[in-house]
Design a protein around this ligand. Structure first.
Ligand code: BG6
Length: 485
C-alpha cells in the first residue's frame, strides 16, 4: 500500500482537554521546526460553536499556556493559525455532521488523517458516518485515542466497528508513551548496544520493576477517571507497552509488523493471575488526604465529591512464561499522588555466585532506566569503600550515570504527539498499537478484575504522598526484593 504525506488533518474533539494540553502545542512544535507537510491543512471540530477568529484565539491561548515562552514565536504561531479551520458539529446531529463532511470534501487535496479525540463510545459512529460520506477509502487513516473500550468486550466492539470501515493498516491506536523520547531510547539502549543483550534474560536478571508514579490527582477528570481507575487508565496500556518493549525479542527491523509481532508475543506469554494468587500478586489502593512536597492535598473521594471504590494505585507481580523470562518476576506499579513523579524501569541482576570477600555486603548490580521526569540511565555497580580495610573490605554501591538531559541539553524536548502526528501523517504505524495488542492486554487485565471481584478486593487506602498501601510492600518483599524508591 503506498501512502503519501497527508494534506488534511481532521481533529474531532479539538476543544477538549487533550487537544489543548498536547495536540495543539505539538502541532505548533512541528510548525516551528518546519516539519509539517507543506500543504497541510488542519480542520478542528467540536460541539462548541466558534468562528474562525475564536478558534484561532483558543489555539493561541493553548500555545501560550503550554509552550515555554522562549519557544513561542508570533511568526510561527500565525503560520500555524493560517493552516487551521474549524467547523462545529454535534456527533449526534446529522445535519451538522453533513456540513462537516462537506467541509472535509472541500478541503481535501490528498491523503487525510482523522484523529478521534472524543469519548471512545463515538468511534464506531464517527467511522460509520465517514464511510457513508465516502471519506474512508484509499488515502484515509484514522487515529484513535485510548482507552479503546472499558474491557475486552467493549474493545472488541469498538475495534470491530472501526474495522468495518478502515482496514487495520489504516488504524492508528495511540498510546502516547510510545511517542516519548525516553521510550524510544529504551529501544536504542537495548538494540543499539551489544553490551546488554547477552545479559537480558532470566539467567542474569533476578527481577524487573516498572514504575509509573505521578504526583497529580485526578485533575478535574473525575468522571472519566472514576469509571476507569489506575488499571484501565495506565496498566492496560502504558505499563503493558513498557513491559513489552523491555521484554520483547529483538525485532528483525524497526517496522510496524516486525515490532508489533514481537510485542504481541510478550502479551500472549503473560501468565494470567489465577484466583488463588490474586491476594499475593496484586494490590489496589486509593489515596486519602496527605501532603506532597510539604503541600497538603485532599483525598480522592474529596476531590471527586462522592464515595468511590475506584483504585488510584495498582501494584502487580507478573510473569512472562517464555524461555527468556522464565521465573523472573516483573513488578508493575502505578499510582496517583505518589511522593514524586517517576517513570522508571529497573532491572536487578543476579548476585555474584560466590563472594571472595567474606561477610562483606555485596549488593547485586542493577540497571535503572529513568524515562521521566528526566531521562537518565544508571548502572549500579559495587565499588570498594576507600580505607585500609583492616577488618575486611567494605563496599559501596556507586552509579555509572548517564544524564541524557544534560548530554543533550541544547536539543529541545519534544512532546510525544509531535512524533506521533508526524508518523500518522506520513503513514508509519510502528509506534501505534495493533488491534490484537489492545485485546490481549484487556484479556489479561479483565482476568485481574474478575479475581478481585471474586475475592471481594476493595482498594486499600494510602495517604497522598506515600508509595501506596502497605500491602504493596508485602507484595514484593514476600519474594525477598524491595521497591526502588
Ligand atoms: C494518560 C492518563 O494516558 O497518561 C492520565 O489518562 C495520566 O491519567 C497520563 O496522568 C500520564 O501521562 P504522562 O505523559 O504525564 O506520563
Amino acid at each position: 500500500m503506498t501512502t503519501h504525506a497527508a494534506q488534511l488533518l481532521v481533529i474531532f474533539g479539538v476543544t477538549g482537554d487533550l487537544a489543548q494540553r498536547m495536540l495543539l502545542p505539538s502541532l505548533y512544535g512541528l510548525q516551528r521546526d518546519g516539519l509539517l507537510p507543506a500543504g497541510l491543512v488542519v480542520l478542528g471540530t467540536g460541539r462548541t460553536t466558534l468562528d474562525g477568529a475564536a478558534f484561532a484565539q483558543l489555539v493561541r491561548e493553548a500555545i501560550e499556556r503550554r509552550v515555554p515562552s522562549n519557544e513561542r514565536d508570533p511568526v510561527h504561531i500565525d503560520a500555524l493559525c493560517a493552516r487551521l479551520n474549524y467547523q462545529a458539529a454535534g456527533l449526534d446531529h446529522a445535519e451538522q455532521l453533513g456540513a462537516l463532511y462537506e467541509r472535509i470534501r472541500e478541503l481535501r487535496r490528498g491523503d487525510v488523517v482523522f484523529h478521534l479525540s472524543t469519548a471512545p463510545r463515538w468511534y464506531s459512529t464517527i467511522c460509520r458516518a465517514l464511510g457513508q460520506a465516502g471519506l474512508s477509502g484509499t488515502g484515509t487513516r484514522v487515529m484513535l485515542e485510548k482507552p479503546i473500550g472499558h474491557d475486552l468486550a467493549t474493545a472488541v466492539e469498538i475495534n470491530t466497528g472501526v474495522g468495518q470501515i478502515f482496514d487495520e493498516e489504516r488504524i492508528y491506536r495511540v498510546d502516547h508513551y510510545l511517542g516519548k523520547e525516553g521510550v524510544q531510547n529504551l529501544l536504542a539502549l537495548r538494540f543499539g548496544n551489544a553490551l546488554f543483550e547477552p545479559l537480558w534474560n532470566a539467567r542474569h536478571i533476578a527481577q524487573v520493576q516498572i514504575t509509573v508514579a505521578e504526583t497529580v490527582g485526578v485533575e478535574g477528570r473525575g468522571d472519566y477517571y472514576d469509571e476507569s481507575g489506575a488499571m484501565r487508565d495506565m496498566v492496560q496500556n502504558h505499563l503493558l507497552q513498557l513491559l513489552c518493549l523491555t521484554a520483547m525479542e529483538p525485532p528483525s527491523d524497526f517496522d510496524p509488523a516486525a515490532v508489533r509481532n514481537e510485542k504481541i508475543k510478550v502479551l500472549r506469554s503473560l501468565r494470567p493471575i489465577a484466583d488463588d494468587d490474586i491476594g499475593s500478586h496484586s494490590v489496589a489502593g486509593q489515596y486519602t488526604a496527605g501532603a506532597i512536597d510539604g503541600v497538603a492535598v485532599p483525598g480522592y473521594r474529596d476531590e471527586l465529591g462522592r464515595a468511590s471504590h475506584t483504585e488510584t494505585f495498582v501494584a502487580l507481580r507478573a510473569h512472562i512464561d517464555n524461555w527468556r523470562w522464565s521465573g523472573v518476576p516483573f513488578y508493575l506499579r502505578t499510582g496517583k499522588r505518589m511522593p514524586r513523579r517517576a517513570t522508571e524501569i529497573y532491572l536487578q541482576f543476579r548476585a555474584v555466585p560466590h563472594s571472595i570477600f567474606g561477610g562483606a555486603l555485596i549488593e547485586p548490580n542493577a540497571l535503572v532506566i529513568q524515562l521521566q521526569p528526566e531521562e537518565r540511565i544508571s548502572l549500579m555497580l559495587m565499588s570498594k569503600t576507600p580505607g585500609l580495610d583492616r577488618s575486611g573490605l567494605k563496599f559501596t554501591q556507586v552509579a555509572l550515570d548517564l544524564d541524557l538531559h544534560e548530554t543533550f541539553e541544547t536539543v529541545r524536548k519534544r512532546l510525544a504527539y509531535e512524533r506521533l502526528y508526524l508518523d500518522a501523517l506520513e503513514g508509519n504505524g510502528t509506534l501505534f498499537v495493533r488491534r490484537d495488542e489492545t485485546e490481549v492486554a484487556w484479556q489479561w487485565v479483565d482476568g485481574i478484575f474478575a479475581g478481585w471481584k471474586k475475592a471481594g478486593v476493595a482498594p486499600k487506602s494510602y495517604p497522598a504522598g506515600t508509595w501506596g498501601p502497605a500491602s504493596a510492600v508485602g507484595l514484593i518483599e514476600r519474594n525477598g526484593f524491595s521497591w526502588r524508591e
